[in-house]
Design a protein around this ligand. Structure first.
Ligand code: MG
Length: 375
């Protein structure tokens, strides 16, 4: 069903390990195309529009949301997959689903919820993404969740503690056996990194929290910036930034493809299964990894730790923690579909409820519960 010839070590839809609940092969599209379509039609996917990573949704209309981020990841991942003759549809499905389990307010929200859940098994956003597609989506008559293929589910579960892996069965076994996921999952993982590093530079500059002068110390950025300024001396600043970032993405993608081809070439990979027992094969070159690390460190210190971002993070912590506490103390405040009998399942369903909230829903829900003038 793919328009392009796949490499022998690509994951082919025909040889999928299948779905939890058996379904006949879909006519007119591949198994992974069906997964992608189910993800796009899910409620969790639509909520990504109002969830953020660094900036809160209402801070500005031009900042990335988790929805536009996921689309960018899919775009970058697909171009890499196509060049490497790997399965584009699988990369697309994993990319579009990879952030479905994120809480509102990015990492601050995840940290807060994990903290609230420490006596009840914790909260991991990767695991939650899997929980969304396996359990929480309620759309189909015959099964809970989206009943996706094994390879898509495995790709969504990027990280996982050994303790949780042991409880997940087949989809968690690679963490226990120390094996790699498919090349397609490895691509989605690095496409995620390329996407967010670059769009955080763009959003950071747009917000004014970081400046071009500061970015001069980041070699990957400054190299392309000088190139653009030399070639187009009269270009307006906004376009200089876009052109620089465009070139950065191209450089990272080009390097990743080249290094991955080398890594694959150094192995004997007769089929997709051989990938599982090899080392991770999708990778940047060593020099590019160093440059990429420098960019990440810069973003960490200058953007994610900026006092204005920290203020929003502190607020996010408070909102999530207070909502969790109030729903644990008085179950009658929860919508009835989230009521569960035991303490443990109750905590998990409160976490599901909070994790499913968008930024603005969480803010409103907090106001509805704590502000006396609201009803
Ligand atoms: Mg992501």
């Amino acid at each position: 069903m793919n328009n392009f010839q796949l490499a022998p070590y690509a994951t082919s839809a025909q040889s999928t390990r299948g779905r939890k609940v058996f379904e006949a092969a879909p006519p007119g599209r591949s198994e992974f195309q069906r997964d992608r379509d189910r993800i796009i039609h899910s409620s969790a996917f639509r909520r990504l529009e109002y969830k953020t990573q660094v900036f809160v949704n209402h801070e500005g209309d031009l900042f990335r949301t988790r929805l536009t981020h996921s689309i960018e990841v899919a775009q970058i991942g697909r171009s890499i997959a196509r060049r490497l003759m790997l399965n584009e549809d699988l990369v697309e499905a994993i990319s579009l689903a990879h952030d479905l389990g994120h809480t509102p307010f990015g990492h601050a929200g995840q940290e807060a919820l994990n903290n609230c859940m420490k006596d009840y098994g914790g909260f991991e956003h990767n695991l939650q993404s899997l929980r969304v597609v396996d359990v929480l989506e309620e759309r189909y008559a015959a099964f809970d969740g989206l009943n996706l293929c094994f390879e898509t589910r495995e790709g969504i579960l990027k990280h996982c503690s050994l303790e949780n892996a042991a409880q997940l069965g087949d989809v968690g076994s690679r963490f226990i056996n120390n094996q790699q996921p498919t090349l397609e999952a490895q691509i989605a993982n690095l496409a995620d990194e390329i996407a967010y590093n670059n769009h955080d530079v763009d959003d950071g500059l747009r917000s004014g929290l970081i400046t071009l002068e500061q970015l001069a110390e980041v070699r990957l950025f400054s190299r392309h910036l000088s190139e653009v300024r030399e070639l187009y001396p009269a270009l307006a600043e906004r376009r200089v930034i876009h052109e620089t970032i465009r070139r950065m993405i191209n450089t990272l993608v080009g390097d990743l493809i080249e290094q991955t081809e080398k890594n694959i070439g150094a192995q004997i990979l007769n089929d997709a299964n051989a990938v599982r027992n090899a080392l991770p094969l999708v990778a940047f070159s060593e020099p590019m990894r160093a440059l990429n690390r420098e960019l990440k460190t810069f973003l960490h210190n200058e953007l994610y730790r900026h006092y204005r971002v920290m203020r929003m993070s502190a607020k996010a912590h408070r909102i999530i923690s207070e909502l969790f506490k109030v729903f644990m103390e008085d179950r009658r405040l929860l919508p009835p579909q989230f009521l569960h009998a035991t303490e443990l399942t109750h905590a998990r369903s409160v976490a599901d409820y909070i994790a499913g909230m968008t930024d603005r829903y969480a803010i409103r829900e907090h106001r509805r519960i704590f502000a006396v003038e609201e009803i």
